[in-house]
Write a protein that binds this ligand. Structure first.
Ligand code: GRF
Length: 209
């Protein structure tokens, strides 16, 4: 088996998606390992999960920079220093700028079926709209808010008594499995992007990296 793909995972909160990636990568056949975890704030469970797994962490707070461009450059440099093959934005509540997006592919996950309900409150907005089916989306990040090419989606039924927390928990259990599956396949099999269509597989030398 070739060398494990290097993942840098970005988090802003509880980090259960990160934990799923850490757990999956304990098996060498997964083909990827988390080499660093980055955050935009301190004191979050996502960073504690990384520490418990002996994975290096870094924090770049937007408020500590004079401008968004300065933060963009700083976080890009921190990410690049770990030489990732793939960056995974797993509940990271910031849009990444060109310095990161131009340097390395970034996979993002969202708790709704895009293009419906993008943004920070995808679960709340879907409930408020009264949808009967929602779900999660794994996509390639671009400069917009949840606008990048979609890699995979899975549906989750909305139950009559759902509140935001209950529905989000059910979505997250699907989301974690889907994210782990897609990240692993991308690293092992490669991928191509044509327009908005992402296809995993058929790695040929020089492609997808
Ligand atoms: C996920 O549902 C993610 O899509 C959303 O926030 C949640 C993060 O969960 N943006 P966790 O921090 O991985 O537990």
């Amino acid at each position: 088996m070739s060398k494990a793909g290097r993942l840098v995972v970005l988090v802003s909160g509880s980090g259960t998606n990160l934990q799923a990636l850490l757990d999956a990568s304990a098996d060498p056949s997964y083909g990827a390992r988390v080499v660093a975890v980055g955050a935009d704030r301190e004191g979050i469970e996502g960073l504690a999960r990384a520490a418990r797994a002996d994975v290096p962490t870094f924090v770049e707070k937007l408020g500590e920079y004079a401008s968004r461009a300065d933060w963009d450059a700083a976080i890009a440099a921190r990410i690049a220093s770990y030489e990732p093959d793939l960056v995974v934005s797993a509940g990271f509540m910031k849009i990444l700028g060109a310095p990161t997006l131009d340097a390395c592919p970034v996979v993002n996950t969202h708790p709704a079926l895009l293009p419906s309900f993008p943004g920070a409150h995808g679960v709340r907005d879907a409930l408020a709209h009264g949808v009967k089916v929602t779900g999660c989306t794994v996509m390639l990040a671009d400069s917009g808010v949840d606008t990048g090419p979609i890699i995979a989606q899975e549906a989750v039924a909305v139950l009559p008594d759902d509140d935001e927390a209950a529905l989000h928990e059910r979505i997250k259990s699907v989301e974690r499995r889907l994210l782990v599956e897609i990240v692993g396949r991308m690293v092992r099999e490669g991928w191509t992007v044509s327009g908005r269509t992402v296809r995993i597989g058929n790695r040929t030398e020089g492609e997808s990296k």
